[in-house]
Structures are given as structure tokens and as C-alpha cells.
Design a protein around this ligand. Structure first.
Ligand code: S3P
Length: 439
């Protein structure tokens, strides 16, 4: 991919598209298929760099994973199917070298849960951004389960994980609303005898829970308590990964802010723990309709039809934050094009994502003339000020890069987004798709 992306405003967005498979679900599909007995077929895995890191890690631990292009009857598109030969809960082998998770927080945190229960030692490393992100949040509960994980720096990667520890179940209340922490504990719980429980006061994405059930684990949920019975026999299955709402969100907002646009985005996951962005945009006046609602891989899926709409500012805080956690860069763009004030609060977690998304979005949108105030736990955006094309930076963060490209679609003149190679972590065809639908 080119080093920068130039966006020329003035075109409308028209037509139909699909978005890549959901990244969170793709990671979990690879992990659980690898730990299951038998061969799983996984269709529509996102082929971005993050999920490739998860695939490579399991290949390094002796799991055979092959991909094949397929045409299914009644479907004109070619799909990619991954065949994953599971090795069972106890069948992974020691990787020959440290496992490199690149930019992927989900790979590192979830895999740490799995590796904590293995008989061999392992090391998890990551790129510069991932190596600065907090890992204490998983080290603490996994240590309570009996894992031995050490770090060189204060609670950041590389993670040195000792093998041969016998884990025991815990009951753990999540101190941060984080699906990655919840998942790391539940996955480690697979290797402990008895029931491991997580107490989740604020709901976060529940893909791990749904997928564990799909693979035959004994999962229990009552109110705020989620439990998994340890040492199950996971059974291989077939999974059709829904499109990623977090990727679709860039096109939703693009169509909303560019007058005269209408898009149909097919096959998008609409799990209620992820649809915060749809609720926020609806409150801002967006016209987004769900059509063809159905289910795939135990997840709700729908086609989303979006028409350009006059947006107004909104107030976003509380339980909505984790349900829209990856959508704040693009939400800031929607807010900049909305009339009136948008206030995002209680969103401190944004500071420890692939970049500090509060700082990066405030800094970059200001370059385009937006009125943005950075708060310790969020942002205030006074929308409706016409944006001007500018040279802006992704800060190596895929979602910041895509959000700024969308901001450029409604700005006057040309917007140059620099350092866009990172887009490939979640959405390798973003630029191609954007050009195709800009008419
Ligand atoms: C993810 C959980 C979220 C999200 C990330 C993916 C997951 O992170 O931001 O992109 O797949 O579990 P946190 O658990 O840190 O909130």
C-alpha cells in the first residue's frame, strides 16, 4: 500500500459493498478451532495483518491451517475458506521462536490466556505500539490463576510465560470494561479444573462466550457472571464470520456526511454488544436501516442501508462506551460534520488503543479546521464548521487513518493522510473499496 492516501472531496458514495470479516470473531475462530478436536472450516476470516499474526502463532505451535478460494452455489462471489486442523486442548507444541503479535492487542492478550495453561515456555512480542500498551490487566488475573508471566519493562510486552503451571479456577471481577481481559481469563479457564468465573459490571463484546458455546464448551451466564467449565472437549465446527461493523462504520459515516449518497453494506455483524455506534448515529439523526436480518456463527447479522442525513451533536458516555469502543475515531468525524456539540466522556480507555485516540483525533481534526477540545477522559467537538483539506497523520493507527480519509470526503480540497500502511491490519482493501463506491 502507498505511503499516503489523497482524498478528493466532491463525489457521492453509491452502490453496494461487503466489508471484511469481523476481526474480533476471526481471532477467536482461529484460536478455538486450533484447540478443538477435528477439522474446522472458517469462511470469511479477515485477511488483515492482525489475524494473520494469530494464524502464524498457531502454525508455529504445530497447527495445520490451509486456505482455499471457493465458489459456493447461489453466491456469485469467491470466498476464502480456512481449514484448521485442531490439535485438541493439550496438543499445541512449543514454538521455535518468540511469537510476534505485531500490532495486535487481541492476539497478545487472548493468546496469553491460552499460553498460561501450556506445558511449554513461550514469549510474546509485539511492535512499538503494542509494546507500550498495558498488559498488567491480563497478568494480574492470570497470575491469580497460578500462571507465571514476567515482563522486562513495567507490565508491557515482551511477555515471558512459564509453562508447566497447573492453573486453577478463579472468580474475577473485571476492573476495566475489556473484552480482551474477559476473554484471556475465560480461555485460561479452559485449562483449569472446575468453573472459572468473570464478573462483568459493564457489558463488553461477547464473541468469546458465543464461540465457546459453538465449539461445545459448557458456558454459563447469569446476570453479571460469566462462567466456563474447565477442560472441555472442544468439537470442530464450521464458521461463517460476519462482516465487521467496525469496518462498516467508516462507510456508514462517509455516506452520512456526503450529500446525495446511498450505500447498502451486506452481511454486517450486529451483535448488540457492538452496536453502540448504530445507536449513537441514530441519536444524531442518521438514517440507517437494517434489512435481511439473519444469524451466522451464533451472531446476529444484517444488511445496512444508509442514506446521507443531516446530523446533530450527541452526548456519549457510560455503558455506550465499551459498546462502541473501536468507533470513536470515526464518531469524531461524524461529530465534526454534525450541527452542534458532541461530548464524549468516560472514555479514558481510548488513550491506550493502537494510538492515544483522544489525542490523535483532536490533533488531526484540528489541522482540518475542526473545533475540538481534548479532555482527560474524552473530547468535545463543536460541529458544523466547514472542514478544509489538510495533510494529516495516522500515527500508525489503522482506524485513525481510515477515519481521517472519510473526513477528507466532506472537506474542501484535497486531504492527504500520511502513513496509511497500517490500514492493512484490519481492512486491506479499504482504499480500493472507497474508490469503487465514490461516483
Ligand atoms: C477487542 C476488544 C476491545 C477492542 C479491540 C478488540 C476484542 O479491546 O478495542 O479492538 O476482540 O476483544 P479492549 O478489551 O481493550 O477494550
Amino acid at each position: 500500500m502507498a505511503e499516503h492516501l489523497d482524498i478528493q472531496a466532491g463525489k457521492t458514495l453509491q452502490g453496494e459493498l461487503t466489508v471484511p470479516g469481523d476481526k474480533s470473531i476471526s481471532h477467536r475462530a482461529v484460536m478455538l478451532a486450533a484447540l478443538a478436536e477435528g477439522t474446522s472450516m472458517v469462511r470469511n476470516l479477515v485477511l488483515g495483518e492482525d489475524v494473520q499474526r494469530t494464524i502464524n502463532a498457531f502454525v508455529d505451535m504445530g497447527v495445520k491451517i490451509q486456505s482455499e478460494k471457493k465458489i459456493l452455489s447461489g453466491n456469485p462471489d469467491t470466498i476464502i475458506e480456512h481449514k484448521i486442523n485442531g490439535v485438541g486442548l493439550w496438543g499445541l507444541t512449543k514454538p521455535p521462536q518468540p511469537l510476534d503479535m505485531g500490532n495486535s492487542g487481541t492476539s497478545m492478550r487472548l493468546l496469553a490466556g491460552i499460553l498460561a495453561g501450556q506445558k511449554f515456555d513461550s514469549i510474546l512480542i509485539g511492535d512499538q505500539s503494542l509494546s507500550s500498551r498495558p498488559m498488567g490487566r491480563i497478568i494480574e488475573p492470570l497470575s491469580l490463576m497460578g500462571a507465571a508471566i514476567s515482563t522486562k519493562e513495567k507490565m508491557t510486552a515482551p511477555l515471558m510465560i512459564k509453562g508447566g503451571r497447573s492453573l486453577h479456577p478463579i472468580r474475577y471481577e473485571l476492573p476495566v470494561a475489556s473484552a480482551q481481559v474477559k476473554s484471556a481469563v475465560l480461555l485460561a479457564g479452559l485449562f483449569a479444573p472446575g468453573r472459572t468465573e468473570v464478573i462483568e459490571k459493564v457489558p463488553t463484546r461477547d464473541h468469546t462466550e458465543r464461540m465457546l458455546q459453538g465449539f461445545g464448551a459448557d458456558l454459563f451466564k447469569q446476570g453479571e457472571v460469566i462462567g466456563v467449565e474447565g477442560r472441555p472437549r472442544l468439537r470442530a465446527c464450521t464458521i461463517e464470520v460476519p462482516g465487521d461493523l467496525s469496518s462498516a462504520a467508516f462507510f456508514l459515516v462517509a455516506a452520512l456526511i456526503v450529500p446525495g449518497s446511498e450505500l447498502l453494506i451486506r452481511g454486517v455483524g450486529v451483535n448488540p454488544t457492538r452496536t453502540g455506534i448504530l445507536e449513537i448515529l441514530a441519536a444524531m439523526g442518521a438514517e440507517i436501516r437494517r434489512e435481511n436480518e439473519h444469524e451466522a456463527a451464533g451472531e446476529p447479522v444484517a444488511d445496512l442501508r444508509v442514506r446521507s442525513s443531516a446530523l446533530r451533536g450527541a452526548s456519549v458516555r457510560g455503558n455506550l462506551i465499551p459498546r462502541a469502543i473501536d468507533e470513536f475515531p470515526i464518531l469524531c468525524v461524524a461529530a465534526a460534520y454534525a450541527r452542534g456539540r458532541t461530548e464524549i466522556r468516560e472514555a479514558r480507555e481510548l488513550r491506550v488503543k493502537e494510538s492515544d485516540r483522544i489525542a490523535t483525533m483532536a490533533q488531526e481534526l484540528k489541522k482540518m479546521g475542526a473545533r475540538v477540545e481534548e479532555l482527560e477522559d474524552g473530547l468535545v467537538i463543536e460541529g458544523g464548521v466547514p472542514l478544509l483539506g489538510a495533510e494529516v497523520e495516522s500515527h500508525g493507527d489503522h482506524r485513525v487513518a481510515m477515519a481521517l480519509a472519510v473526513a477528507g470526503l466532506g472537506a474542501q480540497g484535497v486531504t492527504r493522510v500520511r502513513d496509511v500502511a497500517c490500514i492493512a491490519t484490519s481492512f486491506p482493501n479499504f482504499t480500493l473499496d472507497l474508490h469503487r463506491i465514490c461516483k
